[in-house]
Design a protein around this ligand. Structure first.
Ligand code: GCU
Length: 608
């Protein structure tokens, strides 16, 4: 057994068919000295209530999944060395806690850094039932309950909806059911056109009928399928715009098709002009999602969830929270995170995400955000996440989706403890190191909220002007005097999409937090930061600091007693991270030095 469950008994028998069976099995092996009783109460659903009986048995009350989550909460607690609580009650903050895999039918994984797909090969579903049970266990042990197995870019011939693949998909759903995990499928909006319907217009009755029949067929094979995930009119995917319809028309049509079966439509809001002319200064990509969706607030069916990336761009190391998540009060929303380290080090560089997520969750309103989703960082590598330490992101995502109030340190040290059982001192060292890794990466990569200085397409390593004259709307406009884009009312007006208090906070460079400065403002290199340093000096300082922190991180990491094979993989990747950090530091500093002509006040080496 890999990752944090290595301290559980190795093999789960294939005979386990329900959450209660699984809970009983796990408890009997992990905490054999205690007797457990279950009180099944369907009304509690995923909630669990743990109490002590007079006979000292521990009672877990809950719905089926609640009992399972209660069992794993106790096991995590116990393995971490704590005594069993006499009383513990908990229920998840978000009802759908989803993992979105970007796995293709040919076995490749879009933005995957951990090997090939766990689910597909050669155009067919192909999986190892043993690994599926391990994955179910990884998910259930941290409360994750929905697994979308195929890429949002649905490449033909991934035809999960068709009769020839459905039996295998149904068998896969059976494997995950005891773990409280329901499957979800990404669908292609134009799919009816592959089956003799001449259009995919959502208002055409033949299109709705096709989806109704398809939903009926799929749900008869998998009655508890969570629903369909849709990327439409986004980066070349088909969608309602082709027919002059809006996204409520599209999503509501699909919602009607799955409604009889209790299904939901998760509709992504990653819609922007990906063929922008860099000369066009009127278009500002971060404004796009709001422009496409905000006016539709209140018009989506109640079984539609709009899935919004956490920031207005695309999973950069630092972005403000998307205004859609704050502004669409009459629509069901899900925040989308990305465990796959696409822009954040590709599971070579260390990048623990929970400090970043915490900042985001703190901004979210209570009411209508009912779900969270995260792009998977898993693949068929032996350890699932390529870099063994990247598993901390999967684990802490689950804990945070259950309870966003959790302390990041507690979540990370829990993972370290369960995974490595180090001495308290080593556990603290690794926890500190992981918690600081995001800020370190941020320092040596793109400065102060600017983002996008990464190598185009592969998204690893520096290339400060790689995207500057490209089609993607991701420009920094650095010249010899200044850098950044003014997104306030006097600039592109992006900031006007936020509530008043946030507009006030970010509009003035004097009050805008430094880390977001260049996201909202275009500033001269001589701009004085709050601590008195000039902007250019701060750019240099951050990059040198980021590199120095990486060097220190490397030294510390290599002193820790990781078992093999983790030790070798970690030290190999750390070498690559060091190289990457040096490239970023030198290239970004040289880039800004050449433009600005400003010397580093401390006389450190900046190459010509
Ligand atoms: C990014 C990523 C793509 C992905 C897209 C999405 O642009 O680079 O690979 O398809 O996000 O979220 O749909």
């Amino acid at each position: 057994m890999k990752a944090w469950l290595s301290r559980l008994t190795a093999d789960l028998p294939s005979s386990l068919t329900s959450c209660e069976d699984l809970a009983r099995f796990e408890l009997a092996h992990a905490i054999p000295s205690v007797s457990f009783e279950f009180q099944h109460d369907p009304a509690l659903g995923e909630e669990f209530r743990i109490s002590r009986k007079e006979n000292h048995a521990v009672c877990i009350a809950g719905g089926s999944a609640g009992i399972l989550y209660g069992a794993y909460a106790l096991i995590r607690n116990f393995l971490e060395g704590n005594s069993l609580p006499d009383h513990l009650e908990s229920s998840p903050r978000y009802s759908l806690r989803m993992i979105n895999c970007w796995d293709n039918a040919d076995g490749s994984v879009e933005r995957g850094y951990s090997g090939q797909s766990l689910f597909f090969q050669n155009g067919k579903l192909s999986y190892d039932p043993f690994r599926m049970r391990e994955l179910g266990r990884l998910m259930a042990s941290v409360g994750l309950n929905v697994l979308c197995i195929n890429n949002v870019n649905v490449h033909f011939p991934a035809q999960l909806l068709l009769e020839d693949m459905l039996p295998d998909a149904a068998a896969l759903a059976d494997l995950f059911r005891p773990f409280g995990v329901r499957l979800m499928f990404s669908v292609d909006f134009s799919q009816p056109m592959r089956h003799g319907i001449p259009t995919a217009d959502p208002l055409n009755p033949a299109v709705l009928s096709w989806w109704k029949e398809t939903a009926a067929r799929v749900y008869s094979a998998i009655p508890d399928l969570a629903g369909f995930l849709v990327k439409a009119d986004s980066e070349g995917r088909p969608g309602p715009f082709t027919y002059g319809r809006n996204h409520a028309d599209g999503a509501n049509m699909l919602a009607e098709a799955v409604r009889p079966f209790g299904g939901i439509i998760v509709w992504r809001c990653f819609v922007y002009n990906c063929r922008q002319d860099w000369r066009d200064t009127m278009t500002d990509r971060p404004k796009a999602a709001w422009e496409h969706y905000a006016f539709l607030d209140g018009t989506f069916a109640d079984n539609v969830i709009l899935q919004v990336k956490h920031g207005p761009f695309d999973f950069q190391v630092r972005e403000p929270v998307s205004p859609l998540l704050l502004g669409m009060k009459k629509t069901n929303l899900a925040m989308e995170l990305q465990l796959a380290q696409e822009y954040t080090g590709q599971q070579i560089d260390l990048y623990t995400m929970i400090p970043m997520w915490k900042e985001l969750f703190e901004e979210l309103p209570e009411e209508n955000i009912m779900s969270v989703a995260a792009v998977s960082n898993l693949g068929n590598d032996e350890n699932y996440t390529g870099h063994p330490l990247a598993a901390v992101n999967f684990y802490t995502y689950g804990l945070l989706a259950w309870n966003p109030a959790i302390d990041p340190r507690k979540a990370v040290s829990s993972w370290v403890n369960l995974t490595y059982a180090f001495s308290p001192e080593d556990e603290r060292t690794l926890t500190d190191l992981l918690l600081s890794s995001r800020r370190t990466y941020e320092k040596y990569t793109a400065p102060l909220g600017l983002g996008w200085m990464i190598t185009p397409h592969t998204h690893y390593g520096p290339n400060p002007s790689g995207y500057e004259y490209d089609l993607w709307g991701t420009y920094h406009k650095a010249d010899r005097n200044a850098v950044g884009i003014d997104r306030t009312a006097s600039g592109t007006g992006y900031l006007l999409q936020y509530p008043d208090d946030l507009q006030r906070k970010y509009a003035d460079p004097e009050t805008c937090p430094d880390l977001y400065l260049l996201f909202y403002h275009r500033l001269p290199y001589s701009f004085r930061m709050k601590d008195g340093r000039t902007l250019i000096q701060r750019i240099y300082d951050d990059h040198f600091e980021g590199l120095a922190e990486t060097e220190k991180m490397s030294r510390l990491l290599l002193t820790l007693p990781f078992p093999e094979p983790d030790k070798t993989v970690i030290s190999d990747r750390m070498q690559r991270q060091l190289h990457n950090a040096k490239e970023w530091c030198d290239i970004i500093n040289t880039f800004f030095h050449r433009l600005s002509g400003a010397d580093d006040l401390h006389g450190r080496v900046i190459y010509e």
